[in-house]
Design a protein around this ligand. Sequence first.
Ligand code: GLA
Length: 380
Amino acid sequence: MDVASSATAAFRTTFGTDPAGLWAAPGRVNLIGEHTDYNDGYVLPFALPQQVVAAAAPGDGSGWTVCTDFAPDAVTFAEPAPGGVEGWAAYVAGVVWALREAGYAVPPARIALASDVPVGAGVSSSAALESAVLTALADLGGLDLPIARRPALAQRAENAYVGAPTGIMDQSASIRCETGRALFLDCRSLEIEQIPFDLTAAGLSILVVDSNAPHQHVDGEYGARRTSCEQAARILDVPALRDVTTGDLGAALARLDDEVMRRRVRHIITENQRVLDTVALLRAGRVREIGPLLTASHASMRDDFEITVDRVDVAVEAALAAGAYGARMTGGGFGGCVLALIDADRAGAVATAIEQAYRARSFAAPTAWSATPGPGARRL
Ligand code: GLA
């Protein structure tokens, strides 16, 4: 059963009637620009075809009832204060809460969710869930909520309700991405440019490989990186690390005593420049040439930001050895997915090379698929 049919079936089973509509929001991979979002920098994600679908209808009481096709019990809440709802339903309650906090009259609703976005793989299954719910509620309630404002509200749900100190990239990607494009986002101004990213026309493919690495202390490490960047910005007396350019890098590093902090800063500054360089190449239609930037981004995450793990490094090395133009981990780190830019007809060979490298090290098998940029959040 496809995801839309699963959401519809879950709605009928729980509520005994048909939904008023279906709303979908995708997971994402980030082509380049990692941990730059909370430094007011640049990112370049694109939407995956995998998505969360919300089957929804107005509620018959004053609150919200949510169910899914993966958890047995429906959850009902009336006053969604932070801490009141836990588990998967917190992402839904968080969106309702964030919308109400911002002054929107959120309509009572019944919602059934289904998803084929891999969970725990660093492809934003939670942002997809938040974005699908937010889009459904905005439509059901006829809310005057411009698309450009939506990501920050979904992010508020994640930060203040769920309690994860993430940036604005994932929700922006899920809500604002377009088919066949990568989303160039300035995380300070929130200005966007839809960058044509037609892999098929270039005879290329992006292979996404889920390392299936167990997540380790992810939240703590993510928060630690963020704190380190914020401390560095204070020492350098800039609003955010985005304000330091590669031209200023040497002078900035000389002002930092702490060796670890110097490496963290070097990753952010050079990564922002790599995003700009990638965008310039894509604008010029030179897609294949972004490969070395992807690989340099990976080295920077591995050596300077220290957010990769063995399984991820092995996948990148095996992809490059099998002829990928470039490869890097994508997402928050400490596991998750790798992406590799390859000739379209090499997908099977590169995936096999990575599987063999995993087998040789007795790692659990990875999962690979070719990703084409899909649409952002919308009513189906
Ligand atoms: C996670 C966060 C994003 C971003 C990335 C790293 O996906 O949710 O805000 O910081 O990590 O680029």
